[in-house]
Design a protein around this ligand. Structure first.
Ligand code: HEM
Length: 365
């Protein structure tokens, strides 16, 4: 990723055109099937635990509060939406791993980061009118595992079948898959499905870089967004192994230990689309080439030392908040099939949590 100064104009972004989005006729059926499958996962974990967890990314590893500072003198094409004017706003962060089960961390899976910026101004997306938040919901990858919602539905149905299976069996499966995954990666490939089933390297979550993976409007343009650790204390954790063998909550404990004594700094970087074919909207599995459009820093997130996991945090953030790419500004409208079908899925999931836990979602102001 680029370390160019934030205020330098690096690329010539192309304006978004409605024809870049192509909606298949049966998309609403796929969206319904996705939401139904996710609801099934939630019902299973609710029956097991008596508590409603997110249908994916059920397990949180860190619940943090801090600030975001939008940089001064951004090039005009970068000063859009939530980043239109310099200034500092509060943020909430939730680190997670992707299964819909609350698993032993030995079953090592891809990681997520949800970011909520509080106090943004501007016209709102449908369903998030009246709020003042902008969410970015990310994974530690640069492209999605599936090109389309329909392809993702197939993977999700496979994953749904593993919900509630004996933890011993899952741990054994995870160890095998990690071996297969590193074999595939050493041959230059990467298998999202294997990683999702427990084949992710057992590394520290705070060393990861995160990405929206799929694009959203960026004012008149469109873009992906990355959150990248820059504090040396965080970059030291990149690819750093964590012992997850004897501690079912090893990741959560590693995050808590880190934030008990120190804070962290991340950069928020934007990759503007410059080529409609090489940076497509409807194929979520494409990594956009960084030689054509490098990521450029637009803001910095600072999180002070704090209790990263507490009963208060669980009540207010893990259970009391929902993060969704559809919470935000019209200028950051999510784009493409995967983004479109996420809207009903996230609404279903947060609605289920609110009803079953008897605690409505609170959108901070
Ligand atoms: C068709 C594609 C997808 C579907 C159907 C889907 C569905 C969901 C649902 C239902 C939730 C739980 C929401 C809640 O209860 O509050 C969720 C959470 C999450 N998703 Fe997705 N998702 C999809 C794609 C993605 C992608 C592309 C990313 C990352 C780039 C992502 C990252 C996350 C993360 C990090 C969370 C946890 C958010 C939190 O901490 O509250 N998802 N997803």
């Amino acid at each position: 990723m680029s370390d160019l100064p934030a205020n330098r104009s690096t690329v010539h972004p192309i304006p978004f055109q409605p024809s870049f989005e192509q909606i298949p006729e049966d998309e609403s059926e796929t969206a319904k099937e996705l939401a139904d499958t996710l609801r099934g996962i939630m019902q299973t974990t609710f029956d097991d635990h008596g508590h409603a967890y997110r249908s994916v990314h059920a397990k949180g590893h860190g619940l943090l509060r801090g600030h975001i500072t939008v940089l001064d003198n951004l090039a005009p094409e970068l000063a859009q939406g939530a980043f239109a004017k310099p200034g500092t706003l509060p943020v909430v962060l939730r680190f997670s791993t992707n299964p819909g089960d609350v698993l032993d961390d030995k079953v090592s899976t891809p990681r997520g980061l949800a970011l909520k910026i509080i106090g943004v101004e501007g016209a709102r997306l449908p369903g998030s009118e009246g709020d003042v938040t902008q969410d970015f919901v990310m994974q530690n990858a640069k492209a999605f595992t599936a090109p389309t919602p329909k392809a993702f539905l197939k993977t999700l149905k496979l994953l749904a079948k593993t919900t509630d299976k004996g933890p011993g069996l899952k741990k054994a499966l995870s160890a095998v898959l990690r071996g297969v995954e590193s074999a595939i990666e050493s041959m230059g490939g990467e298998s999202g499905t294997l990683k999702s089933l427990g084949g992710h390297p057992k590394t520290h979550v705070l060393g990861e870089s995160f990405n929206t993976v799929v694009p959203f409007l960026y004012g008149p343009y469109y873009a992906k967004l990355a959150v990248v650790p820059v504090a040396p204390s965080l970059t030291a954790l990149t690819d750093q192994p964590v012992d997850l063998d004897d501690n079912p909550d090893g990741l959560r404990q590693a995050v808590s230990e880190y934030f008990s004594t120190q804070g962290g700094i991340w950069e928020v970087r934007i990759q503007l689309a410059t080529d409609a074919e090489k940076m497509p909207i409807e194929d979520a599995s494409v990594t956009w080439p960084e030689d054509l459009s490098p990521y450029v820093t637009v803001a910095r997130i600072e999180v002070p030392a704090q209790a990263a996991w507490s009963s208060e945090g669980v009540r207010d953030i893990d259970d009391g908040m929902a993060f969704s790419p559809w919470h935000g500004l019209a200028q950051h409208r999510p784009l493409g099939g995967v983004m479109r079908v996420r809207k009903p899925a996230y609404e279903m999931s947060s609605g289920f949590r609110a009803t079953h836990n008897g605690c409505p979602m609170h959108e901070p102001r």
